[in-house]
Design a protein around this ligand. Structure first.
Ligand SMILES: [Zn+2]
Length: 255
């Protein structure tokens, strides 16, 4: 909330000053549009870029050399193929699961846990309106998913990833209530948008960096194909693949 509040106060001050000069110094009131537009631009940027830490703090980079893999929006019918590849290369990843998908594929969620991967909370519905919902709605989305995962695995998720990386004051308040830690990323693969496998692979390679938290999705065949090539590349170049727990020094579950 700090950056958002600072942005608000700064622009409010500018509006007060312009109003004063407009009233007493013959300055046109139209000048007020400049701070209004500037405030809205900064707020829109901060709300849609998780790394800006605009409304809330999100962990977006690791503390260790190497890369951590995260998969959003599952479980789906593509998740088993992702798990097979992770098993083949003996690496651990984190899956930010959607509650309604967990309800559909409970056995896949259990497989994720039994193979030593971590699970995080990615809301129940993953609504594309989630950036406009109130605190009670967001908290309910998180709690329902939390309870479902706990019933199936005995794990109480501590990590939360906001859908689309969009944040707002309601989400900030909701995760404060539920005690979740927001997890972002610093490498966005865009694997749901880039349909060309080679292009996607090259994009990821060009963005690899120490402390990298890679955002992928276990929702399509393209991501599965690129994952195997990526793990082969990381192995050949001796770049370690660390679990998110090792990378950010935080526990995935409440005790
Ligand atoms: Zn998502």
């Amino acid at each position: 909330m700090l950056v958002h509040r600072f942005n608000g106060i700064l622009h409010l001050l500018a509006i007060v000053l312009i109003t004063f000069f407009a009233a007493y110094q013959q300055l046109s009131f139209w000048w007020i549009l400049i701070p209004v537009f500037s405030f809205l631009t900064i707020a829109a940027y901060g709300s849609s870029n998780i790394q800006a830490n605009y409304h809330l703090h999100s962990v977006c980079h690791g503390k260790e050399k190497g890369i951590s893999l995260t998969f959003d929006d599952g479980p789906t019918t593509f998740t088993p193929a992702v798990l097979d590849i992770l098993q083949k290369y003996q690496v651990k990843a984190t899956f930010f699961c959607i509650g309604k998908h967990v309800q559909r594929f409970p056995e896949i969620l259990q497989r994720i846990i039994s193979e030593g991967h971590a699970v995080g909370n990615h809301t129940f519905h993953h609504s594309n309106q989630s950036g406009f919902k109130n605190t009670a709605y967001v908290a309910e989305e998180i709690i329902t998913t939390q309870q479902l995962i706990e019933q199936l695995t005995g794990r109480k998720t501590h990590w939360y990833r906001p859908p689309f990386g969009v944040t707002n004051p309601s989400i900030a308040k909701a995760i404060k209530q539920t005690g979740h830690l927001s997890i972002g990323w610093n490498i966005r693969s865009l694997d749901t948008a880039i349909r060309n496998e080679e292009k996607l692979y090259q994009r990821i390679l060009s963005r690899l960096k120490p402390g990298g938290i890679l955002l992928m999705h276990d929702t399509n065949a393209n991501s599965v194909a690129v994952l195997e090539r990526l793990l082969l590349y990381l192995r050949e170049h001796q770049i370690p693949v660390l679990s998110l727990e090792e990378m950010i020094k935080e526990k995935p579950y409440e005790v």
